[in-house]
Design a protein around this ligand. Structure first.
Ligand code: GRG
Length: 410
């Protein structure tokens, strides 16, 4: 076992090592995408390690009883493994940087952002989200078999999982962990899935194709589809309240409050009603359209990013920056949707293409034309990215997602 003076020396050497690495990344701009990703991973890892470092130092000061002595020893061991992890990241980063030097470019590099391997990031996050979604719904009685099966059918039908990924990315950007944000990430996808089930109902968009599969009501009937949506919505709140751990309770309550707002009259439901009212109506203005999309589409994206930041303990200023980013990408997301509706096939979209024209909907393409809409989307994405510019490499995933939102093909 280490003596108290050697442990103190070891801890302060470790702190210095991490500071040196952080300063290196602060003062040496990444030269290629792999270095940028590594700098991002390192800065996240460093924050976690430093937080762990603070604990044994405090415990050491109070080390009078056997319990606190054991606590200090355990924390030191935890620190050793974290340092090893940091070192491993360093070694891997240098190996990767060498293996992708000019002439040896990695095939994973993303096309939409020149500086971050977004494709791998999205794939990795989608996998963990899908695993958590799969575990989130279980029928423990034969009586609930049908409703749970119908909820699960739509929840596990595919999709990009953008909302959960935004939540995880925002949480990690402010030093939080994936585990802290996962219950909220799952809840966001439950809410989104509920909105898709309801949106496809005969009383709304009346669609029979979603995510490349028959819609929920086509398979289970309108009655069960309505209830599956309702059950997903209520289960989403329960999931956050029941499974969020390692986060002060006030943060969880704030997340629940914001989730509620994002679905109600100032969110999905309000946006959808205004959207229905504007169908087949002349004189719908750009302001009307923006209001619809800020509520119907951007509200859930906004809470996705803000909730991640809140769970990580971000400051008010940081949360506002996230909200500005999210509102912008929300609007850009909808413009991209309007563009895809006229440029992509039903097969590519996994839902019926050309729908907007059929129901005489006012869209960005109708108001600004195809080229005008593309320009507008690019302008809004640039504004979204500017809102997070101050966070540098830590914002790489969110910046990459902003580009992806307008570059996506479905
Ligand atoms: C019942 C309280 C209550 C509210 C629901 C039906 C409704 C009110 C709102 C409709 C919201 C809606 C469907 C908005 C469209 C948002 C949108 C662009 C969906 C497509 O999202 P993607 O592309 O889909 O992320 P995937 O399939 O990838 O998940």
């Amino acid at each position: 076992m280490m003596s108290a003076p050697s442990r103190a020396r070891f801890l302060s050497d470790s702190c210095r090592f991490i500071h040196q690495q952080q300063n290196f990344f602060r003062t040496t701009p990444p030269k290629n995408p792999v270095e940028l990703k590594f700098a991002h991973d390192f800065s996240n890892q460093a924050e976690i390690t430093q937080r762990a470092l603070a604990k044994p130092l405090l415990a050491q000061d109070r080390r009078r009883s056997l319990t606190s002595h054991l606590h200090a020893t355990a924390s030191t061991m935890q620190l050793v493994s974290l340092l090893l992890l940091s070192l491993l990241l360093t070694i891997n980063g240098f190996k990767l940087a060498r293996s992708t030097a000019p002439g040896r470019q990695s095939s994973h590099l993303c096309a939409t952002t020149a500086a971050f391997d977004l494709k791998s990031y999205l794939e990795e996050k989608k996998d963990v989200v899908e695993a958590a979604l799969d575990k989130s719904l279980v029928a423990t009685s034969p009586n609930v078999k049908k409703i749970v099966e119908s909820m699960k059918y739509s929840l596990m039908a595919g999709g990009k999982r953008i909302r959960p990924i935004l939540c995880l990315a925002a949480c990690e950007m402010f030093g939080g962990t994936e585990a802290m944000a996962m219950p909220t990430a799952v809840a966001l996808e439950m809410i989104h899935t509920m909105s898709l089930i309801h949106d496809d109902l005969p009383a709304m968009d009346d669609d029979d194709l979603r995510r490349g599969k028959p819609t929920n009501h086509v398979l289970y009937g309108e009655d069960v589809a309505i209830l599956a949506g309702d059950a997903l919505l209520s289960q989403s709140f329960e999931h956050v309240a029941r499974y969020t751990t390692g986060v002060p309770a006030e943060r969880t309550v704030e997340v629940l409050r914001r989730l509620g707002t994002s679905v109600g009259p100032y969110g999905l439901a309000g946006g959808q009603v205004m959207d229905l009212e504007c169908e087949n109506k002349e004189g719908v203005t750009r302001e009307d359209l923006e209001w619809i999309h800020m509520h119907k589409t951007a509200a859930l994206l906004k809470v996705s990013v803000a909730a991640g930041a809140i769970l990580a303990g971000a400051s008010k200023e940081d949360i506002i920056a996230c909200e500005i980013y999210a509102e912008k990408i929300g609007l850009a997301f909808q413009i991209a949707d309007d563009i895809l509706d006229v440029t992509a096939t039903s097969e590519e979209l996994g839902k019926t293409a050309g729908k907007d024209e059929n129901v005489n909907k006012t869209t960005y393409v109708k108001l600004l034309g195809l080229e005008g809409s593309k320009k507008e989307a690019a302008k809004i994405v640039a504004e979204a990215k500017a809102a997070l510019a101050k966070y540098g490499t830590k914002a790489a995933p969110l910046l990459g997602i902003a580009d992806y939102i307008v570059a996506r093909k479905n």
